[in-house]
Design a protein around this ligand. Sequence first.
Ligand SMILES: Nc1ncnc2c1ncn2[C@@H]1O[C@H](COP(=O)(O)OP(=O)(O)O)[C@@H](O)[C@H]1O
Ligand SMILES: [Mg+2]
Length: 277
Amino acid sequence: MNRMSSAPPTESHVTEDGRTIGPVLMELRNITLRFGGVVAIKDISFDIREGEIRAIIGPNGAGKSSMLNVISGFYRPSEGEVWFEGARRPAMRPYKVARQGIARTFQNIALFSGMSTLDNIMTGRITRMKSSLLSQALWWGPAEREESDHRAAVEKIIDFLEIQHIRKTPVGRLPYGLQKRVELGRALAAEPRLLLLDEPMAGMNVEEKEDMSRFILDVNDEFGTTIVLIEHDMGVVMDLSDRVVVMDYGRKIGDGPPEEVRASKDVIDAYLGVAHD
Ligand SMILES: Nc1ncnc2c1ncn2[C@@H]1O[C@H](COP(=O)(O)OP(=O)(O)O)[C@@H](O)[C@H]1O
Ligand SMILES: [Mg+2]
Protein backbone atom coordinates (compact mmCIF):
# COMPACT_ATOMS: atom_id res chain seq x y z
CA MET A 1 0.00 0.00 0.00
CA ASN A 2 1.24 3.42 -0.83
CA ARG A 3 -1.44 5.77 0.27
CA MET A 4 0.23 8.92 -0.99
CA SER A 5 1.51 7.98 -4.41
CA SER A 6 -1.88 6.54 -5.25
CA ALA A 7 -3.49 9.99 -5.30
CA PRO A 8 -3.91 11.47 -8.81
CA PRO A 9 -1.01 13.84 -9.65
CA THR A 10 -3.20 16.92 -9.96
CA GLU A 11 -5.28 16.40 -6.82
CA SER A 12 -4.80 17.07 -3.13
CA HIS A 13 -5.46 14.44 -0.51
CA VAL A 14 -5.45 14.04 3.25
CA THR A 15 -3.10 11.46 4.76
CA GLU A 16 -3.85 9.08 7.62
CA ASP A 17 -1.99 11.53 9.85
CA GLY A 18 -4.42 14.25 8.85
CA ARG A 19 -1.90 16.14 6.76
CA THR A 20 -3.10 17.77 3.56
CA ILE A 21 -0.79 16.99 0.67
CA GLY A 22 -1.20 18.87 -2.59
CA PRO A 23 -0.77 17.94 -6.24
CA VAL A 24 2.60 17.02 -7.72
CA LEU A 25 4.95 20.03 -7.67
CA MET A 26 8.05 18.43 -9.16
CA GLU A 27 8.69 15.25 -11.03
CA LEU A 28 12.08 13.71 -11.66
CA ARG A 29 11.83 11.43 -14.66
CA ASN A 30 14.50 8.82 -15.38
CA ILE A 31 17.34 10.94 -14.08
CA THR A 32 20.86 9.69 -14.76
CA LEU A 33 23.92 11.68 -13.77
CA ARG A 34 27.47 10.76 -14.74
CA PHE A 35 30.80 12.28 -13.77
CA GLY A 36 33.22 10.82 -16.27
CA GLY A 37 33.15 7.13 -15.44
CA VAL A 38 31.24 7.54 -12.17
CA VAL A 39 27.48 7.09 -12.36
CA ALA A 40 26.18 9.10 -9.40
CA ILE A 41 22.49 8.64 -10.27
CA LYS A 42 21.09 5.74 -12.28
CA ASP A 43 17.69 6.15 -13.92
CA ILE A 44 15.79 7.46 -10.90
CA SER A 45 12.19 8.68 -11.01
CA PHE A 46 10.06 10.11 -8.21
CA ASP A 47 7.76 13.01 -7.53
CA ILE A 48 7.45 15.68 -4.88
CA ARG A 49 4.00 16.84 -3.83
CA GLU A 50 3.07 20.30 -2.67
CA GLY A 51 3.22 20.70 1.08
CA GLU A 52 4.94 17.41 1.85
CA ILE A 53 8.22 16.70 3.58
CA ARG A 54 10.01 14.33 1.25
CA ALA A 55 13.09 12.65 2.68
CA ILE A 56 15.99 11.19 0.71
CA ILE A 57 18.06 8.65 2.63
CA GLY A 58 20.87 6.27 1.80
CA PRO A 59 24.49 5.47 2.66
CA ASN A 60 27.33 7.88 1.96
CA GLY A 61 28.05 8.12 -1.75
CA ALA A 62 24.54 6.94 -2.66
CA GLY A 63 23.93 10.05 -4.77
CA LYS A 64 21.67 12.04 -2.45
CA SER A 65 23.48 15.38 -2.68
CA SER A 66 23.83 14.87 -6.42
CA MET A 67 20.07 14.48 -6.66
CA LEU A 68 19.56 17.69 -4.70
CA ASN A 69 21.98 19.40 -7.08
CA VAL A 70 19.92 18.21 -10.04
CA ILE A 71 16.76 19.59 -8.43
CA SER A 72 18.45 22.94 -7.71
CA GLY A 73 19.84 23.17 -11.24
CA PHE A 74 23.43 23.05 -10.01
CA TYR A 75 23.99 19.82 -11.96
CA ARG A 76 22.44 19.14 -15.32
CA PRO A 77 21.36 15.49 -15.60
CA SER A 78 23.07 13.40 -18.27
CA GLU A 79 19.70 11.86 -19.05
CA GLY A 80 16.14 12.39 -17.92
CA GLU A 81 13.79 15.27 -17.31
CA VAL A 82 12.86 17.59 -14.49
CA TRP A 83 9.22 18.66 -14.46
CA PHE A 84 8.18 21.59 -12.32
CA GLU A 85 4.63 22.85 -11.93
CA GLY A 86 3.42 20.70 -14.79
CA ALA A 87 6.01 21.78 -17.37
CA ARG A 88 9.34 20.35 -18.38
CA ARG A 89 12.11 22.54 -17.06
CA PRO A 90 14.62 23.46 -19.73
CA ALA A 91 18.33 23.47 -18.90
CA MET A 92 18.63 26.42 -16.57
CA ARG A 93 21.28 28.19 -14.53
CA PRO A 94 20.94 27.76 -10.76
CA TYR A 95 20.03 31.41 -10.18
CA LYS A 96 17.11 31.04 -12.59
CA VAL A 97 15.97 27.93 -10.77
CA ALA A 98 16.22 29.93 -7.54
CA ARG A 99 14.01 32.60 -9.03
CA GLN A 100 11.40 29.93 -9.64
CA GLY A 101 11.14 29.52 -5.89
CA ILE A 102 13.65 26.80 -5.07
CA ALA A 103 16.08 27.43 -2.20
CA ARG A 104 18.61 25.21 -0.51
CA THR A 105 21.07 24.70 2.29
CA PHE A 106 24.37 22.89 1.84
CA GLN A 107 25.84 19.78 3.42
CA ASN A 108 28.76 21.88 4.60
CA ILE A 109 28.02 25.29 6.03
CA ALA A 110 28.35 27.94 3.34
CA LEU A 111 27.90 31.24 5.13
CA PHE A 112 29.95 34.44 5.09
CA SER A 113 31.70 33.91 8.40
CA GLY A 114 32.76 37.53 8.90
CA MET A 115 29.27 38.87 8.27
CA SER A 116 26.52 39.14 10.84
CA THR A 117 23.54 36.81 11.11
CA LEU A 118 21.36 39.60 9.77
CA ASP A 119 23.51 40.28 6.71
CA ASN A 120 23.89 36.58 5.94
CA ILE A 121 20.15 36.14 5.95
CA MET A 122 19.83 39.29 3.83
CA THR A 123 21.91 37.61 1.11
CA GLY A 124 19.03 35.13 0.82
CA ARG A 125 16.90 38.00 -0.49
CA ILE A 126 19.12 38.33 -3.56
CA THR A 127 16.86 36.32 -5.82
CA ARG A 128 14.02 38.67 -4.90
CA MET A 129 15.95 41.90 -5.44
CA LYS A 130 16.10 44.04 -8.51
CA SER A 131 19.72 43.73 -9.59
CA SER A 132 20.45 47.44 -9.33
CA LEU A 133 19.32 47.36 -5.76
CA LEU A 134 21.37 44.39 -4.70
CA SER A 135 24.61 46.18 -3.94
CA GLN A 136 22.85 49.12 -2.39
CA ALA A 137 20.71 47.07 -0.08
CA LEU A 138 23.63 45.08 1.15
CA TRP A 139 26.39 47.64 1.40
CA TRP A 140 25.15 51.21 1.21
CA GLY A 141 21.61 50.87 2.41
CA PRO A 142 19.82 54.02 1.26
CA ALA A 143 16.41 54.26 2.84
CA GLU A 144 14.49 53.00 -0.11
CA ARG A 145 11.16 51.30 -0.09
CA GLU A 146 12.41 48.02 -1.47
CA GLU A 147 15.22 47.83 1.03
CA SER A 148 12.93 48.33 3.97
CA ASP A 149 10.69 45.56 2.64
CA HIS A 150 13.68 43.24 2.53
CA ARG A 151 14.75 44.26 6.02
CA ALA A 152 11.26 43.56 7.32
CA ALA A 153 11.22 40.12 5.73
CA VAL A 154 14.60 39.32 7.29
CA GLU A 155 13.47 40.51 10.72
CA LYS A 156 10.45 38.24 10.47
CA ILE A 157 12.69 35.26 9.80
CA ILE A 158 14.97 36.20 12.69
CA ASP A 159 11.97 36.23 15.01
CA PHE A 160 10.64 32.99 13.57
CA LEU A 161 13.95 31.19 14.13
CA GLU A 162 14.41 32.72 17.58
CA ILE A 163 17.82 34.21 16.84
CA GLN A 164 17.24 37.86 17.81
CA HIS A 165 20.08 37.64 20.34
CA ILE A 166 22.65 36.88 17.63
CA ARG A 167 21.42 39.17 14.87
CA LYS A 168 24.58 41.33 14.95
CA THR A 169 27.06 38.53 15.71
CA PRO A 170 29.49 37.46 12.97
CA VAL A 171 28.37 33.93 12.15
CA GLY A 172 31.91 32.57 12.34
CA ARG A 173 31.73 33.07 16.10
CA LEU A 174 28.51 31.10 16.53
CA PRO A 175 28.27 27.48 17.65
CA TYR A 176 27.63 24.98 14.88
CA GLY A 177 23.93 24.43 15.60
CA LEU A 178 23.20 28.14 15.38
CA GLN A 179 25.18 28.49 12.15
CA LYS A 180 22.97 25.79 10.63
CA ARG A 181 19.95 27.73 11.81
CA VAL A 182 21.26 30.91 10.17
CA GLU A 183 21.74 28.93 6.97
CA LEU A 184 18.13 27.82 7.17
CA GLY A 185 17.21 31.46 7.67
CA ARG A 186 19.07 32.48 4.57
CA ALA A 187 17.23 29.86 2.52
CA LEU A 188 13.90 30.99 3.99
CA ALA A 189 14.67 34.60 3.08
CA ALA A 190 14.06 33.66 -0.55
CA GLU A 191 10.49 32.68 0.45
CA PRO A 192 10.84 29.41 -1.46
CA ARG A 193 8.02 27.13 -2.52
CA LEU A 194 10.45 24.25 -2.49
CA LEU A 195 13.15 24.09 0.17
CA LEU A 196 16.06 21.67 -0.20
CA LEU A 197 17.91 20.72 2.97
CA ASP A 198 21.11 18.69 2.68
CA GLU A 199 21.75 17.02 6.05
CA PRO A 200 20.60 20.00 8.11
CA MET A 201 21.21 18.07 11.34
CA ALA A 202 24.53 16.38 10.60
CA GLY A 203 27.01 16.93 13.41
CA MET A 204 24.40 18.29 15.82
CA ASN A 205 23.82 17.19 19.38
CA VAL A 206 20.43 15.86 20.48
CA GLU A 207 19.14 19.21 21.63
CA GLU A 208 20.21 20.98 18.45
CA LYS A 209 18.55 18.25 16.39
CA GLU A 210 15.30 18.69 18.29
CA ASP A 211 15.38 22.43 17.68
CA MET A 212 16.10 22.00 13.98
CA SER A 213 13.36 19.37 13.63
CA ARG A 214 10.88 21.73 15.22
CA PHE A 215 11.85 24.58 12.89
CA ILE A 216 11.57 22.36 9.82
CA LEU A 217 8.09 21.28 10.87
CA ASP A 218 7.11 24.88 11.64
CA VAL A 219 8.32 26.10 8.23
CA ASN A 220 6.30 23.38 6.55
CA ASP A 221 3.27 24.07 8.71
CA GLU A 222 3.22 27.87 8.83
CA PHE A 223 4.39 28.72 5.32
CA GLY A 224 3.18 25.58 3.55
CA THR A 225 6.70 25.14 2.16
CA THR A 226 7.40 21.87 0.38
CA ILE A 227 10.61 20.36 1.75
CA VAL A 228 13.12 17.85 0.42
CA LEU A 229 15.26 16.65 3.30
CA ILE A 230 18.42 14.57 3.16
CA GLU A 231 18.95 13.08 6.59
CA HIS A 232 20.86 10.17 8.13
CA ASP A 233 19.11 9.98 11.48
CA MET A 234 16.27 7.49 10.91
CA GLY A 235 14.41 8.70 14.00
CA VAL A 236 14.31 12.19 12.51
CA VAL A 237 13.20 10.85 9.13
CA MET A 238 10.42 8.83 10.75
CA ASP A 239 9.24 11.84 12.73
CA LEU A 240 9.35 14.45 10.00
CA SER A 241 8.77 12.96 6.60
CA ASP A 242 5.62 12.10 4.71
CA ARG A 243 7.42 9.98 2.14
CA VAL A 244 10.95 8.69 1.75
CA VAL A 245 13.10 7.93 -1.30
CA VAL A 246 15.87 5.45 -0.53
CA MET A 247 19.02 5.57 -2.67
CA ASP A 248 21.88 3.10 -2.81
CA TYR A 249 24.79 3.21 -5.28
CA GLY A 250 22.92 5.75 -7.39
CA ARG A 251 19.78 3.63 -7.66
CA LYS A 252 16.38 4.05 -6.06
CA ILE A 253 15.69 1.03 -3.88
CA GLY A 254 12.65 2.27 -1.96
CA ASP A 255 9.95 4.92 -2.13
CA GLY A 256 7.00 5.34 0.20
CA PRO A 257 5.79 6.34 3.64
CA PRO A 258 8.52 6.00 6.29
CA GLU A 259 7.03 3.00 8.09
CA GLU A 260 6.69 1.14 4.79
CA VAL A 261 10.25 1.95 3.73
CA ARG A 262 11.61 0.93 7.12
CA ALA A 263 9.97 -2.50 6.76
CA SER A 264 11.28 -3.14 3.23
CA LYS A 265 13.87 -5.92 3.04
CA ASP A 266 15.88 -4.24 0.29
CA VAL A 267 16.18 -1.12 2.38
CA ILE A 268 17.13 -2.98 5.54
CA ASP A 269 19.79 -4.94 3.66
CA ALA A 270 21.26 -1.95 1.90
CA TYR A 271 21.04 0.69 4.53
CA LEU A 272 19.24 0.33 7.80
CA GLY A 273 21.01 -2.83 8.86
CA VAL A 274 24.38 -1.25 8.20
CA ALA A 275 26.02 0.88 10.85
CA HIS A 276 26.49 4.41 9.65
CA ASP A 277 28.91 7.30 10.17
N1 LIG B 1 31.31 16.91 -8.72
C1 LIG B 1 31.57 15.61 -8.74
N2 LIG B 1 32.54 15.09 -9.53
C2 LIG B 1 32.81 13.76 -9.54
N3 LIG B 1 32.15 12.86 -8.81
C3 LIG B 1 31.18 13.31 -7.99
C4 LIG B 1 30.84 14.69 -7.90
N4 LIG B 1 29.81 14.83 -7.01
C5 LIG B 1 29.54 13.61 -6.56
N5 LIG B 1 30.35 12.68 -7.15
C6 LIG B 1 30.33 11.23 -6.92
O1 LIG B 1 28.99 10.80 -7.03
C7 LIG B 1 28.69 9.83 -6.06
C8 LIG B 1 27.53 10.30 -5.21
O2 LIG B 1 27.95 11.38 -4.37
P1 LIG B 1 26.95 12.24 -3.52
O3 LIG B 1 25.82 12.67 -4.36
O4 LIG B 1 27.73 13.29 -2.83
O5 LIG B 1 26.43 11.14 -2.45
P2 LIG B 1 25.72 11.33 -1.04
O6 LIG B 1 25.27 12.73 -0.91
O7 LIG B 1 24.61 10.33 -1.03
O8 LIG B 1 26.76 10.96 0.00
C9 LIG B 1 29.97 9.59 -5.28
O9 LIG B 1 30.63 8.49 -5.84
C10 LIG B 1 30.75 10.86 -5.50
O10 LIG B 1 32.13 10.64 -5.40
MG1 LIG C 1 25.72 14.19 0.51
